[in-house]
Design a protein around this ligand. Structure first.
Ligand SMILES: C[S@@+](CC[C@H](N)C(=O)[O-])C[C@H]1O[C@@H](n2cnc3c(N)ncnc32)[C@H](O)[C@@H]1O
Ligand code: SF4
Length: 357
């Protein structure tokens, strides 16, 4: 039987950041108990027997009172699972880390964003870089040997020198995994309505390429557009999304992919609390192919051409020969895989859109 992944969504945050339009809120704490009860019920009803990754994300899972978070962990913890919890600095004590570790969590993902305090303030983060250092140290002391750090680049007023400084501070800590995202200005966020002095496209491109080259030189495997890992520490859970493996999502707005059928919980917390009716979408062959290409080309090893032929009964290179000749300098074929080069990944949004039907 196929090993699935479990995703559990916690939609609470201490304070909403200025750039974030994730399904998370800082003004619904009165719904915490009810949300917890609905979520636990949903997990107990629908959890599959066989799974090997769990990811509790948000929002800020550590915005929940620790006993509630530990109860959720205890319902799904299992020997041999990759078990990640997202942590926001300044939301979990040293003891909290120990308890999570003892309960079976073995991977921590810390949202840092930048090592420069003035940039953290602009982003509306609730912590300083020193708070993050304490958090990271507590995670290590509790025995976590698989830690991810989230960073962002392309921040207001950020220069390449600023970004290099943040990256260097992080590399010095030697986390096993780094996610480096380009800031995107999202709808319905404070950043959308602010006059921001953003770095231009060329500066952002240089930051991305510096990041990828520098992390590679420092022993990190660049395995997805925004993700880097020490060998063997690639995130097994996120790979399930990119490889369209089976996963079950629990909580408001969570998605599942079960036997190629997509299920979606209401993202509206009140709707979710009313009865959690999942919307079911049977994907067409065209939908599946578009997802396969869109997600596959995000990975640096791209698309397996044999698997593509087995799945869709077509030859990928033949089928996309026009796009390939248009973007010939941005793509490559090796070991029977088609993938985008680093220059291609840098402008991947445009390229990938052209490969979709
Ligand atoms: C759910 S959050 C991480 C956990 C935790 N809530 C925190 O912020 O510390 C996932 C990550 O997505 C990234 N992110 C969120 N909004 C973004 C945006 N508008 N542009 C780029 N990256 C973004 C941030 O790096 C963030 O840490
Ligand atoms: S980035 Fe993280 S902490 Fe900030 S609002 Fe979004 S989910 Fe919450």
């Amino acid at each position: 039987m196929m090993n699935s992944g479990l995703y559990i969504h916690i939609p609470f945050c201490i304070k909403k950041c200025n750039y974030c339009n994730f399904n998370s809120f800082d003004n619904i704490n009165h719904l915490m108990d009810k949300y917890y009860n609905t979520l636990v019920q949903e997990i107990q009803n629908d959890k599959p027997d066989v799974y090997d990754t769990v990811f509790i994300g948000g929002g800020t899972p550590t915005a929940l009172p620790l006993p509630l978070l530990l109860n959720i962990v205890s319902i799904v913890a299992k020997e041999g699972c990759e078990f990640t919890v997202e942590v926001n600095p300044a939301t979990l004590s040293a003891n909290g880390f120990m308890e999570l570790r003892q309960a079976g969590v073995n991977r921590i993902s810390i949202g840092l964003q930048t090592a420069i305090d003035s940039e953290l303030a602009t982003l509306g983060r609730i912590h300083t870089f020193d708070d993050f250092l304490v958090c990271y140290d507590n995670a290590r002391k509790a025995g976590f040997n698989n830690i991810n750090i989230d960073l962002m680049f392309g921040l207001p007023k950020q220069t390449i020198t600023d970004f290099k400084y943040s990256l260097e501070r992080i590399i010095n800590l030697q986390p096993e995994h780094l996610s480096c995202y380009c800031l995107s200005i999202e709808e319905n966020t404070p950043f959308q309505s602010m006059q921001l002095d953003l770095p231009d496209e060329e500066a952002t491109r240089q930051m991305y390429q510096f990041c990828a080259n520098h992390l590679t030189q420092n022993g990190y495997h660049h395995y997805e557009i925004s993700n880097f890992a020490k060998p063997g520490f690639e995130c097994k859970h996120n790979l399930k999304y990119w490889e369209r493996k089976q996963y079950y999502g629990f909580g408001a707005g969570a998605h599942s992919l079960i036997k190629q059928v997509r299920f979606e919980n209401s993202a509206d917390i009140c709707e979710y609390l009313k009865g959690n009716i999942k919307t079911k979408t049977v994907l067409s062959e065209k939908d599946i192919k578009n997802e396969y290409i869109f997600l596959g080309l995000r990975k640096t090893n791209g698309i397996d051409l044999t698997d593509y032929k087995l799945t869709f009964r077509q030859d990928f290179l033949q089928e996309h020969k026009e796009q390939i000749s248009k973007y010939i300098e941005y793509c490559s074929v090796r070991d029977n895989r088609f993938f985008l080069t680093l220059d291609g990944l840098t402008v991947s949004n445009t390229i990938i859109a052209d490969f979709l039907e």
